[in-house]
Design a protein around this ligand. Structure first.
Ligand code: ADP
Ligand code: MG
Length: 469
C-alpha cells in the first residue's frame, strides 16, 4: 500500500488530538456544571431549612402548627419546584403538612435526625429529587420531621440543553481543526518542493545546483545546508576525478609518444647494432618512468582506499631516518650534500610505509638542495604529537604552489621535475600514508627560503593492531 501523504497524516493526527481535547474539555465542562448546580441546590435547601426552622420555633403563644402554614406556604410557593412535608414524631408518624408540588408516599421513608441531611432519590413518576431532612422542635417541645424536597428537572433540562449544543458544536469544531491542520501542514511542507526540483536537476554531469537556504524554516534550512554541503563535496570529488583522469592521460601520453617516435624513426632505415642499442637504452628509461608512474598510482589507489588498513608496529623514527639517509648517501656525497639526523622518538606505524614517506621527502630535499648544503631530518615532540621534519635550502616553493604540492601530478617546476624523472606523485603518497597513520603532513617554504616538510604522528601509548578509522 502506498504510504499516506504526510500532510494528510499530520492533518489527521492533529484533528484526532483536537477531537480528544475537545471531548475532554466538553466532559469536564459538563461535570463542572453539574457539580455547580448540585452545590447550589444544596445551599438553597440548607438556607430554606434554616428559615423553616426559624418559622417553626417562633414562640407566638403556642399557635397551632396549621397557623404557621401561611408563612411556610409563602416560603415554598415562591418556587414551583419545592415541596415541604412535615411528619409527626413516632409512633404515629402522622403526616402533619404537605406544601408545594405533590409527592407520593415514598417521601415518608426518608429518615431525619437532629443534623441536616441530604438525600438524592427518584420518585415513582421518574422525577429526580433532592431532599433535605432534619428533626425540628416546635415551641411546645413537640418534634417534627421536616422534609424539604426540590425537583431537579430544571437542572436536568439545563444540562441536557448544554450537552445537545456541545454535541452539535464538537463535530463542526473538529472539522474546522482538521481542515486548518491539513492546510497548515501543506503550507509548511511547501518548501520541500524546492528540494524535489533541485534533486531532479542534479546529475553526475551537473552538480552545480544548490538549494536556497535563506527563506527556509530553520529545520529545513539545516537539512538544505547539509544537502548543499554534500553536493559541494560530490562536486569537488567528481571534479578531482575528472582532473585526475585528464592528468593521468597526459602523464602517460608523453612517455608513450616518445617511445613511439623513437621506434618509428629508428625503423625508417637499417641501423647499426650500436644505434639499436642506444635506442633501446633510452627506451628502457622511458619505460622505467612509465612503470614508476603505474607503481605509484597503484600504491596510491591502495592506500587511499576507504577500507585500507595497516598493521601497527613500534618504529624507532631515528633508526628509520638513518636507514633512508644511507640509501641516498652515495648520490648526496657526489654533490657534497651532508645528511644529518637529530632527535629520537618511537611511534606506532607501518615500517615500510614510513620508510617510503621518508624516502620521498629526502629524495625531494636532495634534488632541490644546492650542492654542498645540508639536508636535515629532525625528530621532536610537537603540539602533543611527534613531529619529524625534513628540511633543505634552495629555491624553495613559492607561496602560490604551496597548497597544491600534495596533489597528484602537481609539480611547482614542471619541466625540471620531469627531466629528473619525478612522477609528481611523491608528496601525494606521503599525504596518503600520513592519513592512514592518523597523522598529517605540512609544508612551510617560500622563494629562496628553507623548505621544511613536517610529518606529525599521533602519540600512541598502546600498540593497537588496527588502523585508526
Ligand atoms: N624540498 C623541496 N624543495 C623545493 N620544492 C619541492 C621540494 N619537495 C617538493 N617540491 C615541489 O613539489 C613538487 C611535488 O613533489 P613530488 O610530489 O615529490 O613530485 P616530484 O618530486 O615527482 O616532482 C615538486 O615537483 C617540487 O616542485
Ligand atoms: Mg618527489
Amino acid at each position: 500500500m502506498k504510504p499516506a501523504r504526510l500532510s494528510l497524516r499530520l492533518g489527521l493526527s492533529v484533528s484526532l488530538m483536537g477531537a480528544g481535547l475537545v471531548l475532554l474539555l466538553a466532559t469536564l465542562a459538563v461535570l463542572a456544571l453539574s457539580h455547580e448546580l448540585n452545590e447550589r441546590e444544596h445551599t438553597n435547601l440548607a438556607n430554606k431549612m434554616e428559615q423553616i426552622r426559624h418559622y417553626l420555633s417562633v414562640d407566638a403563644g403556642n399557635i397551632e402548627l396549621s397557623a404557621r402554614a401561611h408563612a411556610l406556604q409563602d416560603l415554598i410557593s415562591a418556587h414551583d419546584n419545592l415541596n415541604l412535608t412535615l411528619y409527626g414524631p413516632p409512633p404515629q408518624r402522622a403526616r402533619l403538612m404537605s406544601l408545594g408540588f405533590g409527592l407520593d408516599n415514598q417521601i415518608a421513608q426518608i429518615p431525619a435526625s437532629a443534623r441536616l441531611n441530604f438525600q438524592s432519590w427518584s420518585a415513582q413518576s421518574g422525577a429526580r429529587l433532592l431532599t433535605a431532612s432534619q428533626l425540628m422542635a416546635l415551641p411546645n417541645g413537640q418534634r417534627v420531621r421536616v422534609l424539604l424536597s426540590v425537583n431537579r428537572a430544571d437542572d436536568r433540562n439545563l444540562l441536557n440543553a448544554y450537552l445537545k449544543s456541545t454535541l452539535i458544536a464538537v463535530p463542526i469544531l473538529l472539522l474546522l481543526i482538521g481542515i486548518t491542520a491539513w492546510w497548515l501542514v501543506r503550507r509548511g511542507l511547501q518548501p520541500l518542493r524546492q528540494f524535489r526540483r533541485i534533486a531532479a536537476k542534479v546529475s553526475a554531469q551537473d552538480l552545480s545546483h544548490r538549494l536556497t537556504v535563506d527563506k527556509l524554516p530553520q529545520e529545513l534550512s539545516e537539512l538544505a545546508r547539509a544537502i548543499n554541503f554534500m553536493l559541494e563535496r560530490l562536486d569537488q570529488g567528481v571534479q578531482q576525478l575528472t582532473q585526475f583522469s585528464d592528468d593521468l592521460a597526459h602523464e602517460l601520453r608523453s612517455p608513450i609518444s616518445n617511445l613511439m617516435g623513437k621506434a618509428q624513426v629508428t625503423l625508417t632505415r637499417d641501423r647499426s647494432a650500436a644505434e639499436y642499442r642506444a635506442v633501446l637504452e633510452s627506451s628502457v628509461e622511458e619505460l622505467e618512468r612509465l612503470s614508476r608512474i603505474i607503481t605509484d598510482m597503484l600504491f596510491l589507489a591502495q592506500v587511499s582506499h576507504p577500507v585500507a588498513q595497516i598493521t601497527f608496529e613500534p618504529i624507532e623514527l631515528a633508526r628509520e631516518a638513518e636507514r633512508v639517509m644511507d640509501l641516498f648517501s652515495l648520490s648526496a656525497e657526489d654533490r657534497g650534500i651532508e645528511l644529518i639526523v637529530s632527535g629520537q622518538a618511537s611511534i606506532q606505524g607501518d615500517r615500510l610505509m614510513v620508510q617510503r614517506a621518508l624516502s620521498n621527502l629526502v629524495s625531494n630535499a636532495i634534488r632541490h638542495s644546492p650542492d654542498g648544503e645540508q639536508v636535515r631530518i629532525s625528530i621532536a615532540p610537537r603540539k602533543g604529537m611527534l613531529g619529524l621534519e625534513v628540511s633543505n635550502r634552495g629555491k624553495g616553493i613559492a607561496g602560490e604552489h604551496l597548497p597544491q604540492v600534495f596533489e597528484r601530478f602537481y609539480r611547482a617546476d614542471n619541466s625540471r621535475s620531469r627531466l629528473e624523472g619525478g612522477t609528481g606523485l611523491g608528496l601525494a603518497i606521503v599525504r596518503s600514508i600520513m592519513d592512514l597513520h592518523g597523522g598529517t603532513v605540512e609544508v612551510s617554504s617560500g622563494e629562496n627560503e628553507l623548505t621544511v616538510f613536517r610529518l606529525m604522528f599521533a602519540v600512541r601509548l598502546f600498540a593497537d593492531k588496527s588502523a585508526p578509522t
